[in-house]
Design a protein around this ligand. Sequence first.
Ligand code: AHG
Ligand code: MN
Ligand code: MN
Ligand code: MN
Length: 344
Amino acid sequence: FSAPPPSTDLITLTRHVLSQQYTLGDNASGDLTLLLTAIQVTSKYIASNVRKARLINLVGLAGEQNVQGEDQKKLDVLSDQIMVNALRASGKCAVLVTEEREEAVFIGQGGDGGEDQRMKGNYCVVFDPLDGSSNIDAGVNVGTIFGIYKVKEGSKGSLGDVLRPGSEMVAAGYTMYGSSCNLVLSTGQGVNGFTLDESLGEFILTHPDIRLPERGKIYSFNEGNSMHFHEPTKKYLESIKFPSNGKPYSARYIGSMVADVHRTLLYGGIFGYPGDKKSPNGKLRILYEAFPMAYLTEQAGGIATTGTQRILDVQPTGIHQRLPVFLGSKEDVQDLISFYEQES
Ligand code: AHG
Ligand code: MN
Ligand code: MN
Ligand code: MN
């Protein structure tokens, strides 16, 4: 067996995004490409901090609570600061929403008309700087999730530019910090996965055109919440745990949405964080968890629903609003939806 010759034609993330920009014709200003380059840099920087976290005592609590009422981890705070600073410095953003800040960040409205004004751009980035942070101290995969809107025509950058259906996003993606650093991205022309080559400092195209299998064999729910589940959720889970064909699904639940969704995109099946009697809207946040992951799921040929509504059609009313999430292989999610339809 001889190893294949080293590629002399590496497709880096930047090159890939540029190639997609050309398909957008002349009206592509290159601003999105530059914004995605800034996001790439934040992913590399956060990855390096996650990798050495346990060595430089970056694990553990920051001693603060965030708007979610969660104990912020030091890496939550650090990752948030890295992203806000880099996105502001990119000069391509007007509004930022981050899980770790109660209010949105408005750029170029400092009123000083000076440097801040020049830094304002035409995009809004909604992001979860560190997803799955409860898993950090155990060394389990964590990640960063982001979604990108273009500001509305004539807008100076306001909440109205981000409180809109996920279907209006122009791009979405995540970076997963695990055994390797994987960045998965869609700009509306399918889904592509990149792996960080640390020797080059470049994300290399390793998973071109990710497509979800029509049906999978894995379900991914936190069944520790079963006593609170609504009937349709319980009946759906029964149907795949005690199937008439005698072939039950496998259970896989990592507890970091990025890792559970990444596995679902690659292997198929269904991921769910349902609304239940204790938390009617579930746990996951619309703007920076549900919308980006629903966008990627649909771009990969799957379905993402609240159980009764397409997630990307939801009109958010608050930047930290939550909603139920079921996403994955088309046939699996359609099975789930049928149990909700029976109830209504
Ligand atoms: P975050 O760490 O950004 O607050 O997100 C945690 C979320 C998500 O990553 C995961 O799917 C979910 O919390 C797990 O919740 P449970 O521990 O309740 O299952
Ligand atoms: Mn959190
Ligand atoms: Mn999260
Ligand atoms: Mn988070």
